[in-house]
Design a protein around this ligand. Structure first.
Ligand SMILES: C[S@@+](CC[C@H](N)C(=O)[O-])C[C@H]1O[C@@H](n2cnc3c(N)ncnc32)[C@H](O)[C@@H]1O
Length: 227
């Protein structure tokens, strides 16, 4: 029997890769891109050091990730994205700022969080403005579901942080309800509440779009429980 295909949280958009992005993809991917591992990733070998590790899921154009990587040279950043122009855009920023502490995974984040990353290997995960999939028949495509929260709990070390944000109120409620229901996370703002604090999150492209549309932005901060 064929294995059941997972419902994807993205559709592969063609998207135009500019010539600068195409050059960055050709020249810089071998240095900063991560290929599918045989088993799990060896993060120590990937970065050549042991440092706090921050992972951003669905980084879009990578502007927020690059900004944080520039501000925090003492930390290592793993970006996961499937959209080629966004990856090219981040590679250009890596080059422009001479960033050494960023690696990029071009693959479905559900697989990466479920099995590529070693257990407890991340200090922090960012999921900023994941696709809201507003239509009811598409809700199953939303990334933040109980199974994905379980994968995040596996990959984040005890005491580590999960930071999510969205401008789509019904999705904010889903994120809060699913993460609050997990026995592996504590809501830093108290069960049922959103964070009044965006922590160190830079403004993102998708956030600006939401603000232009008059949407309210919600930040959600959780700590991975011990054990
Ligand atoms: C709405 S955009 C937000 C991008 C960015 N975080 C921002 O705030 O501007 C969501 C991004 O997540 C990516 N994405 C969605 N599902 C993904 C998955 N399963 N694995 C990796 N990337 C994914 C999409 O390609 C898209 O670029």
């Amino acid at each position: 029997m064929e294995p059941r295909r997972r419902v994807r949280s993205f559709v592969r958009r063609a998207g135009r890769v500019t010539s600068a992005q195409a050059r960055a993809l050709a020249e810089l991917w071998p240095r900063f891109g991560v290929e599918t591992p045989e088993g799990q990733l060896d993060l120590q070998a990937l970065f050549g050091r042991d440092a706090p590790r921050i992972c951003e899921v669905g980084f879009g154009d990578g502007q927020a990730l690059a900004e944080l990587a520039l501000r925090q040279p003492e930390s290592d950043f793993i970006g996961i994205e499937v959209h080629e122009p966004g990856i090219g855009h981040l590679l250009l920023n890596i080059e422009r700022h001479g960033l050494q502490n960023v690696r990029i995974i071009r693959h479905d984040a559900t697989d990466v969080l479920e099995s590529w990353l070693p257990t407890g290997s991340l200090d922090r995960v960012h999921v900023f403005f994941p696709d809201p999939w507003p239509k009811k028949r598409h809700h199953k495509r939303r990334l933040i579901q109980p199974d994905f929260i379980g994968s995040l709990a596996r990959a984040i070390r005890p005491g580590g942080i999960l930071h999510m944000a969205t401008d789509w109120e019904p999705y904010a409620e889903q994120m809060r309800d699913v993460a609050d229901a997990s026995a592996q996370f504590d809501n830093l703002s108290g069960a049922g509440c959103y964070s009044g604090d965006r922590a160190d999150r830079p403004e993102t492209k998708f956030e600006r779009r939401g603000l232009r549309l008059g949407h309210e932005v919600r930040d959600l901060l959780y700590r991975r429980r011990a054990g």
